[in-house]
Design a protein around this ligand. Structure first.
Ligand SMILES: CC(=O)SCCNC(=O)CCNC(=O)[C@H](O)C(C)(C)COP(=O)(O)OP(=O)(O)OC[C@H]1O[C@@H](n2cnc3c(N)ncnc32)[C@H](O)[C@@H]1OP(=O)(O)O
Ligand SMILES: O=CC(=O)O
Ligand SMILES: [Mg+2]
Length: 701
């Protein structure tokens, strides 16, 4: 470790910061380290105290339930007020985050999330501002079940074109129908809303509807355009307006090496230099960031549109510490504080390096802060960001915050949490996956939970989703900040997504999470079909759903599950858990498409793991299942997961002697120690087992 102002810093991190992130940033190296040491000195102890407060509150709640305390919402409200879990509501107020890019404040459209440790995916995500509607419809099950990928399937192609023409009829109505158009220019002249036509590019004609752009690509020499009577080769949709580059639940970052890899990718995105070369279909491809797009308006004026999604960076929460930096007393530095400093340092370079590649147009820095518990933790983040602004010489509130509404104490005190960051908040978002894990953990001792699949139908979750929108609107989010909804966690189920995810804009959410660029393009169609601004106006006068409903835990009304039902529940949880953990521990993959028990690939990350682990821990605690039954399920499912990963050369089996391996042991620990993990989080155990494996491998080498 290298000494910097009393801090012991991993040499590779010193090199990264002093040779790459700081030069050209406008921040002096010496001043940076002095600032880092000062911020850590001022905030680390308070950070630890906030975590201790979480534990103290949880202990009171555990005691209440163990003593048979009432579970109904009214009793919960009284008890939680008494222990200080519920805080007084602020007087009505309106957020004032200052200068915020339109993509966040005023437009409604998809939000993509992408793991920061994967450069190839990151580039794809940044470039997912625009996506091919034809490709998204043709290449997925959106209209027809997945087909043969070799060659062009005429029937499938025609179905795509029909769907897309219907879409144009709905979004850009003309005299007659787009189905009958033979000359796109002539059709444009008959647009019902002539202002929808904005101009031309070299490739097509540009339109805008509900604030989102649509480019009809006309090319009679293109294989598709050649066979189309209007010469339409594709429809390009503005898709991921914003993207969250994730340093949290979708990455496995346990040491300095991993953290630097994430920070370096963030730097490459901000300075415009990130590139990735990879083999695809037997050919080497190099991917770089897309340029902005150039158009000419009907009056001859030239203009450009962003070619890339507006990027947020998700920092880690307040829980973990990092071995990359030790404080003068030898303790590891809180990772969230280090993330805030380093990601802001990098983000404030925006526009200094390659102006045409800049991220935002307002200079704002967009940080997503996950897993905060209640207003005091939001206030802590606010003051931390103040301190980071001061140390980097940034104007006050240039660092914006997106608050994940994904812990119960935050949902229950949402207005007060927003108030604590009211001058920098740019989103609230229902992270229902973490929120479900926290629901189970908070009420761990209240009784056995309903089955995992029934959780979505619980009263608390409906109240949570409603209150998030209602409170956001009451705090003035419309036109100022995003109200967001959660992840579509089935990346291959695009027909289902098209059928169901329209509910998010319908609920008045101005954005919702998608797992891939393709999903972004398909989800964008929902924002054309639904006018979010109108939905927000309609919901603005609703009464906020009662807190009592939010506070009613999803404890099963009875335990009359059959043995078969219990076994299915166990197997399902054990399978997803093992399938995710084995890649995390052995290969450092923080987010993957894990085939479920029926071989349907589901997006699993740390939040979905938290749910499975907590659910199993809860059923174990209440005797719905025995330890032996859990072990038997893990053994059965280890064999299944091994078979599902049979063609991965890096995979290490977990069945047989694989039970002694770190991955299997980590999976067991997540369940058997689940009830006592802080708030049910999985990162302490995941980090411990992964670090142990990395150390063993280093020693062996
Ligand atoms: C609760 C929460 O916190 S949710 C937030 C955390 N979750 C996430 O960030 C999920 C992000 N999504 C992903 O990481 C991926 O989609 C996964 C892991 C779920 C699936 O990955 P894969 O199985 O490799 O996807 P699949 O084979 O279907 O598609 C791969 C292609 O799609 C692209 N792709 C898939 N997901 C993404 C993404 N999120 N961003 C950018 N590109 C993506 C890849 O770049 C690749 O294209 P390429 O070959 O041209 O590079
Ligand atoms: O971060 C998102 C969630 O659902 O958790
Ligand atoms: Mg989450």
């Amino acid at each position: 470790m290298i000494d910097r102002h009393g801090l012991s810093v991993a040499p590779a991190l010193v090199r990264f910061l002093e040779e790459r992130a700081l030069p050209g940033s406008g921040v002096d190296i010496n001043r940076f380290w002095a600032g880092m040491a000062d911020v850590l000195a001022r905030f680390a102890a308070e950070n630890a105290a906030l975590l201790a407060r979480r534990d103290a509150l949880q202990a009171r709640i555990d005691d209440w339930y163990r003593a048979g305390g009432a579970q109904d919402g009214a009793a919960q409200r009284a008890f939680l007020t008494e222990i200080g879990y519920l805080t007084p509501e602020p007087e009505p107020f309106t957020i004032a985050p200052g200068s915020v890019d339109d993509e966040v404040a005023r437009l409604a459209g998809p939000q993509l999330v992408v793991p920061m440790l994967n450069a190839r995916f990151l580039l794809n995500a940044a470039n997912a501002r625009w996506g091919s509607l034809y490709d998204a419809l043709y290449g997925t099950d959106a209209i027809l079940p997945p087909g043969d990928t070799r060659g062009y399937d005429m029937e499938r192609g025609e179905a795509v074109i029909r769907w897309a023409r219907d879409f144009l009829d709905d979004t850009l109505p003309i005299a007659g129908s787009w189905h009958d158009v033979t000359d796109v220019e002539a059709a444009v002249a008959t647009l019902r809303d002539p202002d929808a036509f904005l101009g031309r590019s070299e490739t097509g004609l540009l339109f805008r509807h509900h604030g989102l752009h649509i480019e009809i690509v006309v090319d009679r020499s293109h294989p598709i355009g050649r066979t189309d009577r209007a010469g339409i080769a594709d429809i390009s949709l503005e898709s991921a307006l914003t993207t969250i580059c994730d340093l949290e639940d979708s990455v496995a970052a346990v040491d300095a090496e991993d953290k630097i890899a994430g920070y370096a990718n963030w730097l490459g995105l901000i300075d415009g230099t990130l590139s990735a070369s990879f083999d695809k279909g037997g050919r080497t491809q190099t991917r770089t960031l897309a340029e902005d797009r150039h158009y000419t308006a009907p009056d001859g004026t030239a203009f450009t549109l962003p070619g890339r999604s507006l990027l947020f960076v998700r920092n880690v929460g307040h829980l973990m510490t990092t071995p990359a930096i030790r404080m003068p007393d030898g303790r590891e530095a809180p990772e969230g504080i280090v993330d805030a400093i380093v990601t802001s340092l990098i983000a404030q370079r925006d526009g200094r390096d390659r102006e045409p590649m800049r991220n935002g147009r307002t200079g704002s820095i967009y940080i997503v802060k996950p897993k905060m518990h209640g207003p005091e933790e939001a206030d802590f983040a606010n003051r931390l960001f103040d301190a980071v602004e001061d140390m980097l010489g940034l104007t006050r509130h240039r660092i914006k915050i997106g608050v994940m509404d994904e812990e119960r104490r935050t949902s229950a005190n949402l207005a007060a949490c927003i108030h604590a960051v009211k001058d920098r908040i740019v989103f609230i978002n229902t992270g229902f996956l973490d929120r479900t894990g926290d629901e189970i953990h908070t009420a761990m001792h209240a009784g056995p939970m309903v089955r995992k699949a029934d959780m979505k139908a619980s009263d608390w979750i409906a109240a949570y989703e409603d209150r998030n929108v209602q409170i956001g609107l009451a705090c003035g989010f419309a036109g100022r900040a995003q109200i967001g909804k959660g992840m579509w966690a089935a990346p291959d189920r695009m027909a289902d997504m098209l059928a169901q995810k329209g509910a998010h804009p319908m609920a008045g959410a101005s954005t919702a999470w998608v797992p891939s660029p393709t999903a972004a393009t398909l989800h964008a169609t929902h924002y054309h079909r639904i006018d979010v601004a109108a939905r927000q106006r309609a919901r603005a006068s609703e009464a906020v759903a009662p807190l009592e409903r939010l506070l009613t835990p999803p404890v099963a009304a009875s335990r009359d599950w059959s043995e078969a039902e219990i076994r299915v529940e166990l197997d399902n949880n054990a399978q997803g858990l093992l399938g995710y953990v084995v890649r995390w521990i052995d290969q450092g993959i923080g987010c993957s498409k894990v085939p479920d028990i029926h071989d349907v690939g589901l997006m699993e990350d740390r939040a979905t793991l938290r749910i499975s682990a907590q659910h199993m821990a809860n059923w174990l605690l209440h005797g719905v299942v025995t330890a032996e039954e859990i072990d038997a399920a893990l053994t059965r499912m280890a064999a299944k997961v091994d078979a599902q990963n049979g063609d991965d050369p890096l995979y290490r089996p977990m069945s047989g002697s694989g039970r002694d391996g770190l991955a299997f042991q980590a999976a067991r620990a997540l369940i058997f120690e689940g009830a006592v993990q802080p708030n049910g989080y999985t990162e302490p155990l995941l980090h411990r087992y992964r670090l142990s494996g990395k150390t063993d491998r280093r020693d062996a080498a």
